[in-house]
Every structure is written in structure tokens, then in C-alpha cells.
Design a protein around this ligand. Sequence first.
Ligand code: AMP
Ligand code: MG
Length: 420
Amino acid sequence: MKTVKEAQTIILEHVSPLKAENVPIESSLGRILAEDVSSNRNHPPYDMSAMDGYAVRHVDIKDATKASPAILSIVDDIRAGVEPICAIKDNEASRIMTGAAVPEGADTVVRVEDTDYDGTKVKIFVPASKGTDIRRLGENLRAGDHVLSRGIDIGAAQLGILAMVKKAAVPVHRKPKIAIISTGDELEGLTEKFNERKIPDANSYTAMAQALSAGAEPVLLGIARDSKEALREKLLEGLEYDGLIVSGGVSVGHHDFVRPTLSELGIDMLFWRVAMRPGHPFAFGLHGKTPVFALPGNPVSSMVCFEEFITPAIRKMTGAASVFRKTIKARLTEDVSDKRGRVHFMRVVLEYTPDGYSARLTGSQGSAILMSMTAAHGLLVMPAHSEILKKDSIATVQLLNYSSGPSGFQHESDIPEEEA
Ligand code: AMP
Ligand code: MG
């Protein structure tokens, strides 16, 4: 039996990033950048006004007040996208719009609200400090500088930077195509006739969703019934992909055929069990270089094992530099105990309080209670050696990126009502 850490290490040693490909920038959101990117330009390309106002020389306005304004002659009217026609000299100013180039000689911009313009001269009422409201050449991007690292997740801001450096085609790693198989005579497929005595197949869909969130392209192969032949046929189909996930039938029950069938197919199984709750019958093997994961049948166990082992594997295959779920520290709102001596991943609801996060259990932690996962913001990690975590003690929680979680959405806006 492996520890969770050992199992993760073995898996990550045996999977590698897939080849890079170029995708149109419009399709690159959520992908992993495959090459370092540097800037091909300066941005801003020149010192630029941050406001609509007047470009001035600081020496001319440094003593300006409402009662005794600086009075300057207007020599130019500079819009964004138009070059200044002249430099600013003593007691001169140019009207300037946001995004326009600051003319030579000017070192400060005074916003229009602090001025009065009569058509030829402008009165400046404030002694704006030197450099005010000027965006400096290259303060966002510098030509030649490294701007994005390979292995990052491409989000909206990164995508904007890729556009700024004109990467219309973005190098990303190919998404792994991952085959997903459920097993069990008791299972009812989603499109099969409703039978109250059957167990609806949830694992194909939780695995599909988790594979998608990890960056893979899942392929649902459906349900294999509990016979060696049926299983063998599906597994062979699944081995055509970049990875294969099979759930259920992985323990040592009389009708659990996953183990013997994987062995008969010549798949080199690196381990069969992990010391954890829920889900210790989790297995990993290789068919050539293709990773094969066997998840436990119980839906919660299946989801938890997916998060601990398959998500990091998929992330590595997509070229991601960070592969593990982020953890936070949270204060427990109740005693939590488990005397079985294995790492226990417990579903918790997180709340952000003035003292940091608090965590409370979602309720019953039964491994078949998938409903408890719908409320979970994270997995409380109870170490193998601890039998009890006391109320108010600080524990580690792995964040799940489900939309109700700490970085998800809320019903009401917290932005205060204010006068415009
Ligand atoms: P097994 O590992 O095959 O013994 O399954 C353990 C438990 O998980 C049993 O109660 C199964 O009915 C249930 N189970 C197995 N596969 C699925 C699935 N795909 N969806 C929902 N429940 C499942
Ligand atoms: Mg079964």
C-alpha cells in the first residue's frame, strides 16, 4: 500500500507533457502556454497622458493656486494616435487627451477639471507634482523582456498580453484525450430506461467534469458490465487514448474484474492501493507510456481520488507548471476525528471570517453520498497520524475550484452604494 504522497510521486514520474501545437488566440483560454513569451514592443510606446487635460512644464505651474493660477498659451491639441506637432516651451501648454503622446518639453499633465480654457489660454489652478498623470514609456511592456512563462494557465489577462505582443497563434500543449469507463452490472446509463432498482452512473460524468477542469478532453466510453470479456473489450478501446480511467470493480470482490483483466492485458500495474480515506482501492499502471487509472466505485471516493491523483497527472500532461490543488489553512468549527490511521479527505464548507477561513464538515462523510460533494468548497486533509483535530485548531484544506467555493460567486454585490 502506498501513501498519498508516494502514489502522487510515482504517477507524476510516469506522465509527461504532450507535444506543443499552435492554436488561434481565440481558443487559447484555459490552455497551458508551451513556450516562454517575450515582448516585441514597448508599451506604452511613448510617455503618454493618463488623463484628458494639459501637458505642461512643471516649473511653470508649481506655484499655481485657485486664487493665483498659472496662465499658459495653448500651442497644440493632441489626440490619441496623433503625433504632437511641437514641443512645449516657457509658459506654454498643449491640450492633450488620454492616451496621446506627451510632447517634448512637457513633464506633467494637469487634468481638465483643475483648469479653465478660454480658447487661447488655459488657467491652471493646482500645482500638480512633477510627472503627474504621465504613463511612462514601457511601464507595461518593454521590448525584449520576458513577459509570460511556459507552463502558466492562460487566463483573460494573459490572453490580453498575448494579443499585445501579437501572438495570433499561441503555442500550447496538446490536450490529453482521456477515455473514461464505468463498470458494474448494477449501473444504469444516462440514456438507458429508468429502473428504480438500478444505480445511475455518476462516475462517468464526475470524471468527465474533473477531466475537463484539469485541462483534458474526456471521451466517455460508457459502462462495461461485470464480465472479463466485456471489460476487456472496453479497456482495449480505452487504451487507444492518451490515458484511461476506469471506475468501480477495482477491489477484490468476487465480481471485481478490473485487476485480473488489467493484468491479462499486460498493463504494468505500479500499485493497487493507497492509504487514504475515502478511496483506498485506487490503482495506477502503464500500458507502454499510456497511464491507466483505476478509481474506486463509490462516487465520492472516485471524485477524491481523481482530485488527488488524476488531476495532477492531467495537469502535467498539459504542460502545467503547477499541478497540485492549492491549500489554505482554516480554523475548524467542530472536533473532527478518525482513528483509522490513514489520511482522510473530508468535505468542508469554507467561510471567510475576519480571522481567516473557517471550515465545517458538509455533514455525513459516507463515500456514496455524492450530495455532500455538491456543498464542498474543499477537502480537509486529516493526517494519518492524528486521531482528532480539535475545534478551533488550524487545519489544511485543499480548495476545489467549484463555482460556489471561496473564489466563486455570491448572490449579492458587496460594493457599497455611492453617489456618482
Ligand atoms: P465497486 O467498486 O464496483 O464494488 O463499487 C462500489 C460502489 O460504488 C457500489 O455501490 C457501486 O454500485 C458504486 N458504483 C460503482 N460505479 C459507479 C458509478 N459509475 N456511478 C455510481 N456509483 C457507482
Ligand atoms: Mg462493481
